[in-house]
Design a protein around this ligand. Structure first.
Ligand code: HEC
Ligand code: HEC
Length: 407
């Protein structure tokens, strides 16, 4: 059996030390990321919060300073869907994260509120509560609270467009509405002036932790409630077998390889180079999408990306960090070839020969039927309940100016 190259590997003596331990592993320079710790569920949830989790799902880890509560989740849902949260009032979080697409946007890269394009493809948010690192390739972005500062405040590219001026304007917009006066007061009852950015971030993070997906046909099959077709069954066996190797990087209950939850004691943070690029035969990926290398500058991190969860992958096209593979058929052709050979243009180079490529990505020799079987299996991971559930939908009436517009 082939061995996978390990990424960051962290042993934890107690869950409470989890994020503290992580902060010691990765160098987080000057962005104030420290100080958050993961707690057990008794302290991580205030009295009225009860997780409703699919069978076999562990309890998510929640930062001790942002315990779950029903009022916070409710407020966070409004804020996630509210365009008022962007500087010019045109874009909500949901404007790049649509529920019917498992909270992706169907685009290769996304467009921010002022017309800038993001460098990478919007990710799906299903089960994001279980991700120990956030975004495609950032081993230092460890909490949803910290990650949110990127879409809210980043200037290159601009996403929500919040700067020193618009930050004040957005708070004035929210404070003017009785809806938010009531909901902030309910979510942060002990505070005299609860409408502030820290609370906005905490509420949206709490909402995001409820984006749990675990009711697909695959889950129902695992629970003995339904059968898979012969093609899906063959695809499942290939996926979890040594021929196609998929499970090495997509084998957790969340179909990825980075998972954290309230009882995690040992945490692995692998990143993998799948051979998508090999600029001029140097092993390089194109800037600014060189994976973990963008942060570390270490040659071994070139092209290293976090394996995405494959839940709901049927509706999250286009695929990979730059959205450069349009279909699941294209993904399977890419894996069967052992990487991607780009023969012309600025990104020319044979990714199959990338020196940093994972040993697990090699010529897999899948015939057309086997590729179709794996795709049939991947489609059993679609959770229609998650894609339509009212509790995760916009709380605003369809025609409201606050609701995010359709793509
Ligand atoms: C302009 C489009 C856009 C907007 C608006 C936007 N996002 Fe994103 N989101 C992205 C992109 C692109 C990524 C991938 C970022 C990367 O890897 O660099 C992402 C990644 C994420 C992730 C990481 C998911 C993972 O699996 O690690 C989370 C969480 C997230 N966004 C939440 C939010 C929240 C909350 C808001 C609103 C405050 C928001 N996003 C607004 C485009 C957007
Ligand atoms: C060595 C680890 C590894 C193996 C083995 C592996 N993958 Fe991946 N997979 C990744 C990584 C990393 C990415 C993201 C690559 C990127 O964006 O640069 C990815 C991306 C994907 C995507 C795109 C998902 C999205 O949301 O964009 C699909 C689909 C996928 N893999 C399916 C498979 C299948 C099917 C197999 C088996 C044939 C497989 N993977 C084997 C690591 C792996």
């Amino acid at each position: 059996m082939k061995q996978r190259r390990r990424g960051f590997f962290v042993k934890l003596s107690a869950a409470g030390a989890l994020l503290g331990a992580l902060a010691g592993v990765v160098s987080v320079s000057g962005c104030g990321g420290g100080g958050v710790s993961v707690n057990d569920t008794t302290t991580a949830a205030s009295g009225d919060w009860r997780w409703s989790l699919p069978a076999g799902f562990p309890v998510p880890a929640v930062p001790a300073d942002n315990p779950m509560s029903a009022a916070k989740v409710d407020l966070g849902r409004y804020l996630f869907y509210d365009k008022r949260l962007s500087g010019n009032g045109t874009l909500a979080c949901a404007g790049c994260h649509f529920q019917d697409k498992a909270f992706t946007d169907g685009l290769a890269v996304s467009k921010g509120s002022t017309g800038d394009f993001t460098h990478r493809s919007a990710q799906h948010l299903g089960n994001v509560a279980y991700s120990p690192t956030l975004t495609w390739a950032n081993p230092s972005l460890l909490t949803l609270e910290k990650q949110m500062e990127v879409p809210l405040f980043s200037e290159n590219p601009v996403e929500m467009g919040l700067n020193d001026t618009t930050k004040v304007q957005v708070l004035q917009r929210l404070t003017a509405l009785p809806l938010y006066q009531e909901k902030f007061a309910a979510a942060f009852a002990a505070q005299a002036s609860p409408i502030n950015w820290q609370n906005i971030i905490r509420a949206i993070a709490s909402f995001q932790r409820t984006l749990i997906t675990g009711n697909s046909r695959y889950d129902q099959f695992m629970a003995g409630k339904t059968a898979l077709t012969p093609s899906e069954t063959r695809g499942m066996n290939l996926f979890f077998g040594e021929k196609a190797e998929c499970f090495h990087c997509h084998g957790s209950f969340n179909f990825n390889d980075q998972v954290v939850h309230a009882s995690t004691r040992v945490l692995e943070l692998p990143f993998s180079n799948t051979g998508l690029f090999n600029l001029g035969g140097t092993g390089a990926f194109p800037e600014p999408n060189r994976g973990v290398f963008e942060l570390s500058g270490l040659p071994k991190d070139m092209g290293m990306f976090r394996a995405p969860s494959l839940r709901n992958v049927e509706v999250t096209a286009p695929y990979t960090h730059d959205g450069s593979i349009a279909t699941l058929e294209g993904m399977l052709d890419f894996y069967a070839a052992g990487g991607r050979n780009i023969t012309s243009g600025p990104n020319a180079g044979d990714g199959r020969l990338n020196p940093h490529k994972s040993d697990l990505i090699s010529l897999i020799k899948l015939d057309a039927q086997e590729k179709a079987d794996i795709i049939a299996f991947l489609k059993t991971l679609t959770d229609h309940d998650f894609l339509t559930k009212p509790a995760l939908s916009s709380p605003f009436p369809a025609a409201s100016s606050a609701a995010s517009s359709a793509p």
